[in-house]
Design a protein around this ligand. Structure first.
Ligand code: G6P
Length: 615
């Protein structure tokens, strides 16, 4: 979603901000803008669409600029008001002296807008953000101190915000403030940064201060001061970012998504590292802060997540129930937060999120926390807001994921759940020794099996070409791979805009079968060795009888099935319970190659955001 970059320093301010915004653009946006302190003036530039348009605009108006000394930039993902230049950030107060960029949603913006209009403020946009510009300017006219003006103003805002403010009368100063939306300060040598996320600054500094809710950062090129809501200075820990700038490079791949799919074997190794290294040793999961008795007595686990992370949760239900016998409920965060739940102090609540910033999941976790449930967060961002709510935190260490469509974070979360389920099973003693050893042995082999798939993608590419003209798709599976069917269909929808739906194969005949004909291909995920293989084969026959084109995703060596299916995507053999780790990869690749073949913007699909920080 939206992204913020602020910079004060001696480098080329325009380039630093553009670079920072470029490193945030994977989050999804529809317009961009920048405000630059240039001599005594503040100059504002805004464009619709991709950052290249802002870059070109700045280039064409280069002669207007003398030497900017600081600036704030923004990419906007429209919430209030359509994507347009007038609605793009930065927004200004009526006289144009104060500029602001904002991530989040101001819930009481209508009331504030009315009050400020009565005071004579002239609004130009339909955004909620513009009220912040007028509000701070109004306060500043009274208190004549920008820091105080920001502090007084943000106390009147309801909702979520990460804001950066500059004022014409206060040279070379950027003020940042946050509540329920991430913001950090990057510390450099003779230069400082403010940003909504770390990729924006990683090329310049790894030293970071994460702001907490209600804190305000007062930043110049030579100084950083953080205060609380009362104006008291707060001493904050300077953290060192774990990522290298190289993580933001495509390393020769056409798209980040393809690069990230290919990183998955190493991602699995990373997750296993130090946790599962010997089939005779128990899983080491020190991150789980529940004592053995609590684990033994666990009666219910609730998994709360959105999107792809929700699909991980769906597979995790099968895995945890299978290994431990503990009942698991899985729910979309957006549903959990608007109903009376049965979560209580004895429930283990697991929030799953690659970004750690998904607003609905954060709200759900806060609600569960209020009920005194133990909160376990599984995330790729241990530095996120969600991670801070955790009683137990499992960082999945997939490395930064740039493509909006999640791939390597999915597999990393999935592996984390296998480790968690085995850990619980070992404490409870619910799996026998031989089974456990075989299971661990197989898990250790998973990276090699994924490598095998990635080493030859010709059949998947041919299949993508063959099926790229279809407008609809159905994915079917049963059991633990039902989540793969949902996730495979979601991947296809997200990046190719083809209508695709995942169904439990047994449900096909209860409605979806009515849609089947030669225009509706069916992808069946059928892994032999389990109890559902034959059943899915029959479901596929039923689809064939309705003239549907069929794709099989299977490890079956049975060549008889080649006559039933139009294409067979073969994957290495693995136990059914572990197979989602294997089956997800061809689904990711199929979606990727179809989208690529159709010429879609694979890494930044339309309307989507990597980090959904609004409800
Ligand atoms: C967005 C992303 C999805 C992601 C979902 C949940 O919609 O585009 O890829 O699955 O948010 O995000 P989370 O960060 O909580 O996993």
């Amino acid at each position: 979603m939206c992204g913020i970059v602020g910079y004060a320093g001696n480098r080329d301010v325009v380039s630093v901000i553009l670079k920072g915004l470029t490193n945030l653009e994977y989050r999804g946006y529809d317009s961009a803008g920048m405000a630059l302190r240039d001599g005594d003036d503040i100059k504002v530039y805004k464009t619709l669409g991709k950052l290249i348009n802002l870059k070109n605009e700045l280039e064409s108006r280069k002669s207007e600029l003398i030497q900017p000394t600081c600036g704030i930039g923004h990419i906007r993902w429209a919430t209030h008001g359509s994507p347009s230049i007038v609605n793009a950030h930065p927004h200004s107060c009526t006289c144009g002296k104060l500029v602001v960029v904002h991530n989040g949603i101001i819930e009481n913006y209508k009331e504030l807008r009315e009050e400020l209009t009565v005071k004579g403020c002239v609004f130009k946009s339909q955004t909620d953000t513009e009220v912040i510009a007028h509000l701070v300017a109004d306060e500043y006219s009274k208190v004549k101190d920008l820091e105080k003006a920001v502090r007084n103003s943000v106390s009147k805002l309801q909702g979520a915000y990460a804001v950066c403010v500059m004022h014409k009368n206060v040279p070379d100063l950027i003020i940042g403030a946050r509540k329920h939306a991430p913001m950090l300060v990057g510390i450099g040598d003779g230069e400082n940064f403010i940003a909504s996320d770390t990729p924006a600054i990683i090329e310049y500094t790894k030293k970071t201060i994460y702001l907490d809710d209600n804190e305000i950062a007062i930043v110049t090129k030579d100084s950083v001061k953080i205060t609380d809501a009362d104006g008291n200075e707060v001493v904050k820990k300077v953290e060192v970012l774990p990522w290298e700038p190289i993580a933001l490079s495509k390393l020769g791949y056409k798209h980040f998504m393809l690069k990230e799919i290919h990183e998955q074997p190493d991602v699995i190794r990373n997750v296993l590292n130090g946790k599962l290294y010997d089939i005779d040793a128990p899983i080491v999961l020190n991150e789980v802060k529940l004592d053995k008795d609590t684990i033994k007595n666990l009666k219910k686990i609730e998994i709360i997540a959105c999107g792809t992370s929700l699909h991980v949760g769906m597979a995790a239900k099968y895995i945890i129930e299978n290994f431990t016998g503990i009942s698991v409920e899985v729910e979309a965060s957006s549903e959990y937060i608007y109903r009376k739940t049965t979560t209580d102090a004895s429930t283990l609540v697991i929030g799953v999120s690659q970004s750690g910033e998904t607003a609905d999941t954060i709200t759900a976790i806060k609600q569960a926390k209020e009920k005194n449930a133990h909160i376990l967060i599984v995330t790729n961002r241990p530095d996120s807001n969600m991670a801070r709510l955790a009683d137990s935190l499992i960082p999945v260490n997939a490395g930064i994921e740039v493509s909006v469509a999640a791939t390597k974070s999915y597999i990393a979360q999935m592996i984390s759940f296998y480790l968690l389920a085995i850990h619980i099973a070992e404490v409870k003693g619910t799996l026998d020794d031989v089974y456990l050893k075989n299971l661990k042995h197989e898990i250790i082999q998973l990276p090699t099996k994924v490598e095998e798939i990635l080493s030859n993608t010709t059949t998947i590419q041919e299949c993508a070409k063959k099926f790229s003209s279809f407008k609809n798709f159905i994915y079917i599976a049963r059991g633990v791979n039902l989540a793969t069917a949902y996730e495979g269909a979601l991947k296809l929808k997200e990046i190719s805009y083809i209508n695709a739906t995942g169904y439990a194969a047994g449900e096909l005949k209860h409605g979806p079968i009515a849609m089947l004909d030669e225009t509706m291909p069916v992808l069946s995920i059928l892994m032999p060795g389990g109890i559902t293989y034959e059943k899915i084969l029959s479901n596929s026959e039923e689809a064939k009888a309705r003239n549907a084109k069929l794709i099989a995703l299977t490890s079956s060596k049975d060549t008889n099935i080649d006559a039933l299916f139009d294409v067979v995507l073969r994957v290495p053999q693995v136990s059914e319970i572990l197979s989602p780790v294997i089956t997800c990869v061809p689904c990711q690749l199929l979606a990727y190659y179809i989208a690529e073949f159709l010429g879609k913007d694979v890494d930044q699909p339309r309307n989507l955001a990597k980090s959904v920080t609004v409800e």
